[in-house]
Design a protein around this ligand. Sequence first.
Ligand SMILES: [Zn+2]
Length: 156
Amino acid sequence: MRDSRPYQCESCNRGESIQTRLEQRQCVAGFVFTATLHARECPACRLREIDGASLAQFDLGVARALALSGVVDAEAFRFMRESVGYERDRAAIELGSSPSELAAWEAGLTPLPVGMMNELCRIVLSRTADPLLPHVTARPLARPLPDANLRRHRCA
Ligand SMILES: [Zn+2]
């Protein structure tokens, strides 16, 4: 459960942070995902920070939205795998594949099989059914960019 006790600011050590809400954005696979998350603001130094647990929940919400989107995409595959906490070895076992195959798909060296994407989506959906996940909205990037790193860069 969420902790509502006063929280000493780690930056200035003067203020007691108060709860607030901040918007978080994440670009993956040609989409921009946004959600409003629990955060803390220090009245003394104005530091505003989303707590780590909320960020992890946000990633799960994004992974779920990706799984529901029907997109077959290497970047989406990697994001979903990491969001549910799977190292490549673990994901390879779950998917009946090998870590080197996964690495090649995620790097775009070999085409990502639709069946593998679907199977990872199934895993993500089963692990993100928590109704307390933040409400994540998705919209397509205005201009699709071919390079995954570039997409990330442009979003920030
Ligand atoms: Zn402070």
